[in-house]
Write a protein that binds this ligand. Structure first.
Ligand code: NAD
Length: 493
């Protein structure tokens, strides 16, 4: 069957997903749609609504109603927590279906998609349990006074998420906001958003009141920009590129609201000469091929002490050569990238690095039987990468690993902190004193010592400094972002 025939058949049979606004599934106000393409073969398999400014406005109004007077506003924290726990259970009960949706939508290997759906459920379990555990405080004040500090929801929160982990991001962004009692409006990414739509349906099925959770799909510059700029939003949570993050922050400033920005990174893994090589090598390789390198916290720079450079690099090269790349269904080490645009962008980095004369230490191969038309890029290992080269400084967002040598501890710290980003760092050494000294000096939001958890750990506060953004997600920190304090002063005489 030719690609054009396949495209025609799929277009005719494709599922069409709608927006969820105020408890009703509805098409875009002007009826337009966007084709959803599977990165594994480049074929459209579904359509989503191309949400408009009017759709966003309706969703924000529905959320406002739910927050101020609807059934959602009347739930106690315990009841909210129960609903969220039920949603976590529903996600687990539909685990395989959601995993298949996520894998086809993103091109990610099935095992990654399955892990992502488990994590999405976990966000609702964790924050469901936390909903009734956010306490206030009292403050000793003047004689004759009693002062209490309450923690309240922000109101209507906006959530713009990217395409790399749609299912996980649905949980990561929405669960803490809902736990605090906010009503939410989400704009998922146009490149991948089918699993979040199915999870929104599950939220309805388990009994979330109308308007508590709204989803408007569509194009970033249209529905995304409309949501970011909407005057009815009380707080905005954004994950994506630094460029769009700047626009979202400017829109938030115009409306005098706060926002969290999670904008990616160029995260280093520092390998000292006393590291346990057997433990390090598989982790540093996995940290760049996981999700095709399209992970904000991908370990994209490996900094290696000069005294062990040749020996260590030989082990990484051997491991890299074993990597296998294929479609989501083939379920190998690495899938395709999300889109043709992303494939071209990543190839641009690879071609420029080759032109700059940076040695290619290893290049993985596509497996036999990879479908034509997919957006594949074979992982590439470069080294030694000069410190001022783009590969050492810029976020590639693809399976490209840069190895950079360093002299000693002071040099390692300087090099690790030398990019504009600051999201995660890994430190590999058996020396306890060095572990603590270096961890304290890292300018980033998360540090792993003798391990690396790209994207992992729902309980662990996560977020960046510098161009990686600001604000914290995950853990109890996220509950603080989606709430504010109110001070009540009682004069009792
Ligand atoms: P993006 O920032 O363009 O898209 C992220 C989200 O923002 C999507 O939902 C998109 O629809 C929305 N959006 C786009 N333009 C908007 C606008 N003007 N106003 C409001 N919302 C808008 O990211 P991308 O194009 O999908 O990816 C580009 C690069 O961003 C990647 O190569 C990568 O470097 C980075 N990225 C980072 C992360 C991360 O987790 N930090 C995730 C995805 C992409």
């Amino acid at each position: 069957m030719s690609a054009s025939t396949a495209r025609k058949i799929v277009a005719e049979t494709a599922t069409t997903y709608q927006n969820l606004i105020g408890g009703k599934w509805q098409p875009a106000s002007d009826g337009r749609t966007v084709d959803m393409v599977s990165p594994s073969d480049g074929l459209a398999f579904a359509k989503i609504a191309r949400g408009t400014k009017a759709d966003v406005d309706a969703a924000v109004k529905a959320a406002r109603h739910a927050f101020e007077e609807g059934a959602w506003s009347k739930l106690t924290a315990v009841e909210r927590g129960r609903l969220m726990t039920k949603l976590g259970e529903a996600i687990l009960a539909n685990h395989e279906e959601l995993s298949q949706l996520e894998a086809r939508d993103c091109g990610k290997p099935m095992k990654q998609a399955r892990a992502d759906i488990t994590a999405a459920a976990r966000y609702f379990e964790y924050y469901g349990g936390a909903a009734d555990k956010v306490h206030g405080d009292t403050i000793p004040f003047l004689d004759g006074y009693m002062v209490t500090i309450m923690r309240e929801p922000k109101g209507v929160t906006g959530h713009i998420i990217p395409w790399n982990y749609p299912a996980q991001m649905f949980g990561r962004s929405l669960a803490p906001a809902l736990a605090m009692g906010n009503a939410v409006v989400m704009k998922p990414a146009e490149d991948a958003c089918v699993a979040p739509l199915r999870m929104a349906q599950l939220a309805q099925e388990v009994g979330f009141p109308d308007g508590a959770l709204n989803v408007v799909t569509g194009i970033g510059e249209e529905a995304g920009a409309a949501l970011a700029a909407h005057p009815g939003i009380d707080f905005m949570s954004f994950t994506g590129s630094p460029e769009v993050g700047t626009l979202v922050q400017k829109a938030a400033a115009e409306n005098h609201i706060g926002c969290t920005l999670e904008l990616g990174g160029k995260s280093p893994q520092i390998v000292f000469e006393d590291a346990d090589f057997d433990a390090v090598v598989p982790v540093v390789v996995n940290a760049i091929v996981q999700n095709g390198g399209q992970t904000c916290s991908a370990g994209s720079r490996v900094l290696v002490q000069k005294s062990i450079y040749d020996k260590f690099v030989a082990l990484v090269v051997a491991r890299f050569k074993l990597l296998r790349v294929g479609s989501h269904a083939m379920d190998l080490d690495c899938g395709p990238l999300i889109s043709e645009n992303q494939r071209k962008r990543v190839h641009g980095f690879i071609d420029r690095a080759k032109k700059d004369g940076i040695p290619v230490l290893a290049e993985a191969q596509l497996a036999d039987g990879v479908p034509s038309g997919g957006f594949y890029v074979a992982p590439v290992l470069f080294g030694p990468v000069p410190r001022n080269n783009s590969l050492a400084c810029d976020e590639v967002f693809g399976p490209v690993l840069s190895i950079i040598p360093f002299e000693d501890e002071a040099d390692a710290v300087k090099l690790a902190n030398a990019t504009e980003f600051g999201l995660v760092a890994g430190i590999w050494t058996r020396d306890g004193g060095r572990q603590m000294r270096v961890a304290k000096k890292m300018r980033c939001g998360q540090v792993f010592v003798n391990g690396y958890g790209a994207g992992g750990g729902i309980e662990l506060p996560f977020g960046g400094v510098k161009k990686s953004g600001h604000g914290r997600e995950k853990g109890f920190e996220a509950l603080k972002e989606f709430s504010h304090t109110k001070t009540i002063v009682f004069k009792h005489g």
